[in-house]
Ligand binder design. Sequence first.
Ligand code: RIB
Length: 332
Amino acid sequence: MRDVAEHAGVSVATVSHVINDTRPVSDHLRMRVQGSMNQLGYQPNRLARSLRRGKTHTIGMIVADSANPFFAEVARGVEDTTFGHNHSLILCNSDGDLDKELFYVNRLAEKQVDGILFVAAGVSGEHILALQRRFLPVVVIDRDLPDVAVDSVFTDNRRGGYLVTQHLLALGHRRIACVTGPSDVTPSADRVAGYRRALQDAGIDVDERLVIRGDFDYESGYGAVEQFLKSKPGPSALFACNDLMAMGAISAATKMGLHVPADLSIVGYDDVRLASFTVPPLTTIEQPKHEIGVLAATLLFQRIQQPDLPPRRRLLETSLKIRQSTAPPTNS
Ligand code: RIB
């Protein structure tokens, strides 16, 4: 604690108040102390854990984009489970930003939540390690953090990317474009790897001009179609690595006078509830969203009850949902 105090430029008493929440400390000082604790790898001793007050019957959840229906449907599975355990849920939105993620990590720890469900903003596990140093139970959802031993729930993204690309190939498409998610999150990278492998298995070289980086939002899907249709010959099909980008792509194609799927087949990924109601209804990969939430929350309550369980990794299956946004190419 002395080293932390010296590093942060505060008194040992202030460090103690931050750790034990025994007196109000300004956000500025608190962030400084917690930054020093993280940098020095400060490990409050086991006594600290026993000083934690009793249960607060509150669970925290940090997601990358609370406006994205994928996370809303996962959170619904979480909330059904936390309510069933007589707990309330605090939902936090990191916007995929590490500083904002750290802000919420510290807020939730101060609130003495009983556990945290975590969709990582990036690929670093440092915030998970900070929570584990505080003996806070954590379960990671969706985005793999290979350098951290932590309970986690994922789906098979590589297989999902392969399946949906194989579906387009089976329809006869050969110029298949791809708009990816943020490259620093594992689900997108694995879906694109599945896309590349399916083309390779079909003996088709990937045309890198047909692979564009997106941001898992409507706008980047819309912009990708505008971009792809500048290249000649254009693609006859588009794999968007999530449903929001696929919806943006449908909107752009329609705006540009193209018919989906006659002129351009479009597939997404997630199968959010809205995917059944787009025009045309979207072919996509179903992620078991409610099940992801229920399983992650269940693992967390088990961890709260048994802190010394070995880390568990659960991989859930995805499935292809064929609707009306794909068809054989007309210009084949
Ligand atoms: O749509 C949001 C995306 O972010 C989903 O595909 C989910 O897997 C998460 O990574």
